[in-house]
Design a protein around this ligand. Structure first.
Ligand SMILES: [Zn+2]
Length: 409
């Protein structure tokens, strides 16, 4: 493909992404020529064709940029990713357009809106989906889902705290360019959410280990309480009804971020098919049904059609556990809305999630998140049978505790 055709095809992709119109074609051509230091565009050398995928064209641009001296032949990773980020921005409509399109689609069908935004994020490489294979050698009586990475671990966002943007979660990263993070954010976009009058944001996670993995955060750079997180989870599953959304309760000394956020994935989680070990109601919260689950970690599920009562019950159970036993390992908390019933999961994890070295940390912050506790694991490439066997075992630390604990509720 000659360089004029590369530019032509990339402009076509940019227009197709919805951020530009046919009227912008010459302007875009000139902007791209400037980026790669080309002074002429020969229209006789191009044909109208269906463009290849963006990355194929980006690789061509890198070759041309090196030939033209824009990028050194041995370009450093940062230099090259800055260059690629500038190209990707052409394929990404401005935030106002992405948000308008998202809400227009959302009014018709929420999944169409999610797919619209996800497609943009895949095309501009804001989201990477690692290649995995399913591990089917499980013998445990739990419906665990184990995937093994087929490639090396993808690059992660590093949590940093600075003056601007204040952290790697903050929405001021939208369109920001820096070499401080491994991922340049020119093409990053956030979807604006109004949660009972408060400004919240939604974006997909840079590495999507689970389906349409996403994070949800407030505009304000601050840490919020467990109770507020539970309350936001309820509001969020009302908006994103196909998502399971949650967070991990960790000891304050292990809290590395200064900006709270929730994580979710647009899929069912294995724990949702776990069988009940015991079923009861709580005197304090008469509309809440509580179940202990047959699971590889000590797990409870609480259901109610009354969101406020469910919130109070979940907060009570977690507080009581921490009060009785402390917070040695993280407590995973997740929520699903099915029809009008809200179901919360509370999993008192043991050391396997933090210590199993071959277990991929799926959290945005590079730590393990509640996905593992809910049975959706990802193993690194060099996995062995020992890790799988350890996950299949019943929780050795908390199981007896849980039996005692539920009698005190
Ligand atoms: Zn922040």
């Amino acid at each position: 493909m000659n360089k004029h055709q590369v530019i032509e095809n990339f402009v076509t992709l940019a227009i197709q992404s919805g951020g530009w119109m046919e009227m912008d074609r010459i302007y875009l051509q000139n902007r791209l020529m400037d980026l790669i230091n080309e002074s002429t565009f020969d229209a006789t050398q191009v044909t109208k064709e269906i463009p290849p995928v963006a990355m194929e064209l980006v690789e061509q641009f890198i070759i041309i940029a090196k030939e033209n001296g824009v990028l050194p032949i041995e370009a450093a990773t940062n230099e090259q990713s800055q260059f690629v980020a500038q190209l990707m921005d052409f394929l990404t409509p401005p935030p106002s357009v992405v948000n308008a399109m998202f809400s227009q689609h959302y009014n018709d069908e929420p999944q169409v809106a999610l797919d619209y935004f996800y497609t943009i994020c895949l095309q501009n490489h804001q989201v990477e989906v690692p290649s995995v294979s399913r591990t089917d050698e499980l013998t445990a009586p739990y419906p665990l889902n184990l995937k093994t990475l087929s490639t090396d671990l993808p690059a992660k966002v590093t949590i940093t705290n600075a003056d601007y943007p204040k952290c790697s979660v903050c929405m001021t990263n939208e369109g920001y360019s820096t070499q401080r993070y491994p991922i340049v954010e020119h093409a990053l976009r956030f979807i604006r959410l109004n949660l009972l009058g408060d400004s919240w944001f939604f974006r997909f996670a840079p590495v999507s280990y689970q389906k349409q993995q996403a994070i949800f955060l407030s505009e304000e750079h601050s840490v919020i309480t467990r109770r507020e997180k539970l309350s936001r989870m309820i509001q969020l599953v009302d908006v994103f009804s196909s998502y399971m959304i949650g967070f991990d309760e960790v000891a304050d000394s292990n809290l590395i971020e200064k900006h709270s956020y929730l994580e979710g994935a647009n899929q069912l989680f294995p724990i949702e098919s776990a069988k009940n070990a015991e079923l009861m109601t709580l005197t304090l919260f008469p509309t809440v049904t509580i179940r202990s689950l047959i699971w590889n970690q000590s797990a409870l599920s609480l259901s109610s059609s009354q969101p406020l009562e469910l919130l109070n019950a979940m907060d009570y159970v977690v507080s009581k556990w921490i009060n009785d036993y402390g917070l040695e390992h993280q407590i995973a908390i997740a929520l699903r809305k099915n029809e009008e019933v809200y179901t919360g999961y509370i999993i008192f994890t043991d050391e396997r999630l933090t210590h199993a070295r071959q277990l991929v940390k799926q959290g945005f912050n590079g730590q393990s998140n509640w996905f593992d506790a809910c049975g959706a694991y990802v193993l690194s490439q060099a996995t062995n049978r020992e890790v799988v066997q350890s996950l299949e075992q019943e929780d050795s630390i908390c199981m007896n505790r849980l039996d005692n604990f539920i009698t005190t509720l």
